[in-house]
Design a protein around this ligand. Structure first.
Ligand code: ADP
Ligand code: MG
Length: 252
């Protein structure tokens, strides 16, 4: 197995608070890796570090064999890393499709305003972006709401749209921060199936999730954070029976 992403000694301090402390972590290519831990454990901060959204206090990050520690977050999508955020931010008045097109154009560095002053070449690029955006929406099951304003689709559909935004650039690694937050059990099962299809399509997935049933059913490997530290790592069966994990969850 090769690691698509590797973090060593990753640390983030906010003033005196160590939100992530000295974490070693690897995502194996091809699988689904989960990150769990009680509220405030440092999961989102950890995601922000590995996606270069935050600059780490210390430690190194290697992505697809390249030391990316000193790069910026916008350097990552062209290298094949995409992420979603814990809260979905779509342009409410723009259509679902337009939102995903902007995501793709952003990925390829061409801005939204280019559409207004488009040369023939740019028009072709926009047509290509549109095709890819439609493909991504179809994959996540949103083809029929593609032309609806993003503000008018359901919470669960917005989650899917955010995933389409992540997928549209054709990433090798997709990071999902609590994809199932705020949706019902049936929708959560559907989302789990979507995440599995993403992995089967060859995109490595790493997700933060609170819903244990989903994490345990979906992930090949799981890392557990508590107070910014890695307290356990292993298969779902190993994690389920780990004393430190049980104690951390009972105490929270
Ligand atoms: P989780 O996602 O596991 O719930 P977070 O990574 O959001 O945890 O937060 C970990 C800790 O870091 C918390 O104590 C939180 O208050 C703190 N924290 C997170 N982001 C910031 C920030 N930008 N500035 C200061 N403290 C932060
Ligand atoms: Mg979080």
């Amino acid at each position: 197995m090769t690691a698509i992403l590797e973090a060593r000694g990753l640390t983030k301090a906010f003033g005196g608070l160590v939100a992530v402390g000295d974490v070693d972590f690897a995502v194996e290519e091809g699988g689904i890796t989960g990150i769990i831990g009680p509220n405030g454990a440092g999961k989102s901060t950890f995601f922000n570090l590995i996606s270069l959204f935050y600059r780490s206090t210390s430690g190194t990050i290697t992505f697809r064999g390249e030391d990316v520690t000193r790069l910026r977050t916008h350097d990552m999508p062209p290298r094949g890393m995409a992420r979603t955020f814990q809260t979905t931010h779509l342009f409410a008045e723009a259509s679902v499709l337009e939102n995903v097109i902007v995501g793709y154009r952003h990925r390829t560095r061409a801005g939204l305003l280019d559409a207004l002053i488009a040369s023939p070449r740019e028009r072709r690029e926009i047509a290509e972006a549109r095709r890819r955006a439609m493909e991504a929406l179809d994959f996540v099951g949103l083809a029929d709401v593609a032309h609806r304003p993003a503000g008018l689709i359901s919470q669960e559909q917005q989650k899917r749209a955010a995933i389409a935004l992540g997928l549209v650039g054709g990433p090798r690694l997709l990071l999902l921060d609590e994809p199932a937050a705020g949706i019902n059990p049936e929708e959560t099962d559907d989302l789990g199936r979507l995440i599995r299809r993403i992995a089967e399509a060859g995109v490595t997935v790493c997700l933060i999730e609170h819903k244990m049933k989903m994490v345990m059913g979906l992930c090949d490997r799981i890392m557990v954070l508590h107070h910014g530290r890695k307290i356990a790592e292993g298969t779902p069966d190993q994690i389920r029976t780990d004393d430190a994990v049980i104690t951390a969850y009972l105490g929270s």
